[in-house]
Design a protein around this ligand. Structure first.
Ligand SMILES: [Zn+2]
Length: 392
């Protein structure tokens, strides 16, 4: 911590003093207290981030973040980066109503923000609890992932469930991003996922900025650099992944109900949709369940009812065949968007026709594939067609 309370109740920030000598002189013989728990603090002289306050026994109910050098450094740099704006900025702002200490707190244009610079993994429940507490106090939490926790930023990332929790967006229509900050360069990174091939590969568009942007404008969202990779993955999925043990149930289900081997699944399965990030389950798998449950057996020219599709889809959560992604910061929309977008993608490729928002009609029968080559060829034709009509 950098901010402590003095005996007279005033606050003392170590960041206001540049040299160690100044701090030593000013703090000599004085007692300092934690603004949250009121316990006595000691002054520590670290190697990198020179001076900071610490609890005697390291525990404080207002913060679960262990104060590593990286975290201290990041918090100080974050504070300095935000200072350039004209808004009211406070370092380590203690909010008594929620008993939380925001790393940096800001008031701007009648809006309140709490910046949480997170460098250690916290539990899902802790993340949600802290988010809700801020929200109830009408404060918008801005969760920032320490760059160190993210590793190298590349066009292809493997995000952990914890990192996905940082996904946020400005308006219900703006693209979601994961926000990160690097204390070494004082840069904010906005990582906007454009498509997930599977749980270990997500393609992203990256934007770096010297200042915090409430609404980053991703001009060049990369729409199809993942295309060849995905086609390759889909091919591998047919040739080998479909035989893997975790897909036993899907494979048996596919064979018993449809009398086709899973490797020859219709090319209509595995289409990109904008809300892909809602699901933890890879796109080929959740769409296979949906297709087999709700579309494959529908006779040609018959209708497909969206509420039934959703009901079937939901049933797969219970058995964990489909797993949703928990996104505590994304407030609007749901996995249902991904389901409807998939039905619309099937409309785009001419498999379905949309009659009303809740009624679709099957207008094309899936082809029976006689060989794997044929299936892979269809995968390419369908994906290229879909991406082509989306761009034009
Ligand atoms: Zn404390």
């Amino acid at each position: 911590m950098f901010v402590a309370k003095r005996k007279d109740g005033s606050f003392f920030s170590l960041l206001d003093w540049k040299s160690r000598e100044d701090v030593e002189h000013l703090t000599k013989g004085e007692q300092f207290f934690c603004p949250a728990c009121h316990r006595t603090l000691q002054i520590k002289h670290g190697q990198v981030r020179k001076v900071h306050f610490a609890h005697m026994n390291d525990s404080c109910n207002a913060s679960s973040e262990s104060e590593t050098t990286y975290h201290l450094e990041g918090k100080a740099k974050l504070y300095e980066s935000l200072l350039h704006s004209n808004d009211k900025i406070t370092l380590e702002h203690y909010i008594s109503t929620t008993n939380q200490r925001a790393d940096v707190y800001m008031e701007a244009e009648n809006r309140k923000y709490a910046f949480e610079f997170q460098c250690s993994t916290i539990s899902k429940s802790e993340f949600s609890k802290r988010t809700q507490l801020y929200e109830r106090a009408n404060i918008k939490p801005i969760w920032i992932l320490g760059k160190e926790k993210l590793g190298n930023i590349q066009p292809q990332m493997k995000f952990s469930p914890f990192q996905w929790e940082f996904l946020q967006r400005f308006t219900p229509r703006s693209p979601p991003y994961i926000l990160s900050f690097c204390p070494k360069t004082s840069l904010f990174y906005y990582l906007c996922p454009s498509f997930s091939i599977n749980t270990s590969t997500t393609y992203i568009s990256i934007m770096a900025s010297k200042s915090w942007l409430e609404q980053p404008n991703f001009l060049n969202i990369d729409h199809d650099s993942w295309k060849e990779h995905f086609l390759h993955y889909k091919k591998k999925w047919r040739y080998s992944y479909s035989l893997y043990k975790p897909h036993n149930y899907l494979r048996k289900y596919c064979y018993s109900k449809m009398q086709i081997p899973l490797s020859l699944f219709p090319a209509e399965i595995g289409l990109p949709v904008p809300s892909f990030y809602r699901l933890h389950t890879p796109v080929i798998e959740w769409q296979a369940w949906l297709y087999f449950d709700s579309i494959y057996h529908t006779p040609l020219h018959s209708i497909i009812h969206v509420p039934t599709v959703l009901q079937n889809f939901k049933r797969r959560f219970k058995s964990s065949h489909i797993i949703l992604r928990e996104l505590p910061l994304v407030k609007t929309g749901s996995y249902e968007d991904a389901v409807v977008e998939y039905l619309d993608a099937l409309v785009s490729i001419g498999a379905l026709k949309r009659e009303t928002p809740v009624v679709y009609r099957k207008i094309k029968k899936e082809l029976p594939y006689l060989s794997m080559e044929e299936a892979c060829k269809q995968d390419r034709i369908i994906l290229e067609y879909l991406l082509h009509i989306k761009q034009s």
